[in-house]
Design a protein around this ligand. Structure first.
Ligand SMILES: [Zn+2]
Length: 354
C-alpha cells in the first residue's frame, strides 16, 4: 500500500472512531419509566439546609446535577403557573397562565398528554390541591390559574390514570356554584374515587382519583408522598411504561412564611418519595429516568458561612434552582439548563415528540 493510501485508510478509521465514540458518549436507552419530582419553591439554600440537618439526601447522590433558570416569558420572577407550564410543555408563558402560551389563546401540549398518546400510563401526585398551578400545568390549559372549576374539569377529562392530591379547590362551593359536582363527573369518566385508607387498600379499578384531605385518612404516617409514589408504581406499572409527576407543594408554603422547620421537613418528605423511585430504578436501571428539580425558589433564602439563616422576601425569586438526575439519559440534565430544556430533555429521553 502506498504511503498516501495508508494515510487515507488511517484517516477513514480515525473519522469513524470519532463518530462512534461521540455516539456512544451521547446515546442512551429510552426511558420507559419516568419519575419527575418537583419541590415547589426549593432553591439551593433550602436543599443545603435540609442536608445539614438530616445528613445525606438520596437525590444528592444522583449521578448528574445542574442548575435551572426559572424566569417567566417576560424574564420576570415566575409563579408556579408559568414555571410549571415550562416544565410540563417546554414553552415559556406568563405568570398565572396554565398550559397556554403568552397570548393566552394557544394551548400547549404537556409531556403527560404526549406520554398518554404513546400508550404510557400517567400519574399526577401532589401533597397539596390537585388543581393547584403546579400539577395543573401537566393536564390543563387555562388562561388563569384561578379558573379552578375548569382546571378540575380538565383533570377529569385528561384520562390520566392515577391522580392524588389533598382536595379539589374547583369542587368547593365557592368555585363550583350550581355547576355539576366534579367528583360525580370523575366517576362518570371511569375514576374510582378513594377517600380513605380503607378504600385505598381495597382498591380495584383502572383509574384512581385519591383525595386524602378528609378525616377518613386518619393516619398521618400513611398519607405521605412516599406512600403514594409506592402506590403509584403498583398502579401504573405496565409493559408500555409510565410517567409519574410528583409535587411536594408544602416547601413553597413554608418558604412564603419564612418557616425553616416546615421547609426542610417538606424536602425530607420529597426525598423519602425519591427514595421509593430510586428502589424501583435499581430493579430497572436501563429503562428508568428520575429527575428532581423545583419550579422556582421561594423566600430568597441565604445562608452565610456559619449557616445563619437569612430570608430576603416572603415571595418568589428569580434565583436558579437545583436539578438532580439519575438513570438513562440523566447526563442531559447536567450544567445550566433553562426550565424549558428540562421538559424537552425528559420528552427526548422518554421518546415523546415535542
Ligand atoms: Zn409560591
Amino acid at each position: 500500500m502506498s504511503k498516501s493510501k495508508r494515510v487515507f485508510v488511517f484517516l477513514v478509521i480515525f473519522f469513524f472512531a470519532i463518530i462512534f465514540a461521540h455516539a456512544t458518549a451521547f446515546s442512551f436507552s429510552k426511558a420507559k419509566y419516568v419519575f419527575f419530582f418537583i419541590g415547589d419553591g426549593m432553591g439551593f439554600s433550602q436543599v443545603d439546609l435540609a442536608r445539614s440537618f438530616y445528613g445525606e439526601l438520596v437525590f444528592l447522590k444522583f449521578d448528574f446535577k445542574g442548575r435551572v433558570i426559572t424566569t417567566s416569558f417576560d424574564g420576570g420572577i415566575p409563579d408556579s403557573a408559568s414555571s410549571a407550564t415550562a416544565l410540563a410543555t417546554g414553552q415559556k408563558t406568563l405568570n398565572r397562565v396554565i398550559g397556554m402560551d403568552y397570548t393566552r389563546r394557544k394551548k400547549l401540549k404537556s409531556m403527560a398528554y404526549l406520554a398518554k398518546s404513546k400508550g404510557m400510563k400517567v400519574g399526577i401526585v401532589t401533597d397539596v390541591s390537585l388543581d393547584d398551578a403546579t400539577p395543573a400545568a401537566f393536564y390543563s390549559c387555562q388562561p388563569s390559574r384561578f379558573n379552578y372549576y375548569y382546571i378540575a374539569l380538565d383533570l377529569v377529562n385528561s384520562g390520566f390514570d392515577y391522580l392524588v392530591g389533598n382536595d379539589l379547590i374547583g369542587n368547593s362551593k365557592k368555585y363550583r356554584n350550581e355547576r355539576p359536582n366534579i367528583i360525580e363527573l370523575a366517576r362518570g369518566k371511569g375514576c374510582r374515587v378513594v377517600r380513605s385508607m380503607k378504600e385505598l387498600y381495597s382498591f380495584k379499578g383502572k383509574r384512581a382519583l385519591i383525595l386524602f384531605g378528609t378525616k377518613e385518612f386518619s393516619s398521618k404516617n400513611d398519607v405521605t408522598l412516599a406512600t403514594f409514589v409506592k402506590g403509584g408504581i403498583d398502579f401504573l406499572y405496565n409493559d408500555r411504561g409510565f410517567l409519574m409527576i410528583i409535587e411536594e407543594g408544602k416547601i413553597d408554603w413554608a418558604c412564603h412564611a419564612n418557616d425553616v422547620k416546615n421547609a426542610i421537613e417538606g424536602i425530607k418528605a420529597l426525598d423519602e418519595a425519591v427514595s421509593v423511585a430510586f428502589s424501583f430504578y435499581k430493579q430497572h436501571p436501563e429503562e428508568t429516568l428520575i429527575v428532581v428539580t423545583a419550579d422556582h425558589e421561594t423566600g430568597g433564602l441565604y445562608l452565610d458561612s456559619s449557616y445563619k439563616i437569612k430570608w430576603g422576601t416572603k415571595g418568589h425569586t428569580k434565583a436558579p434552582v437545583p436539578i438532580f438526575a439519575h438513570g438513562t439519559g440523566a447526563f442531559l440534565f447536567k450544567g445550566v439548563l433553562d426550565n424549558t430544556d428540562v421538559a424537552k430533555n425528559i420528552m427526548r429521553v422518554a421518546g415523546l415528540a415535542f
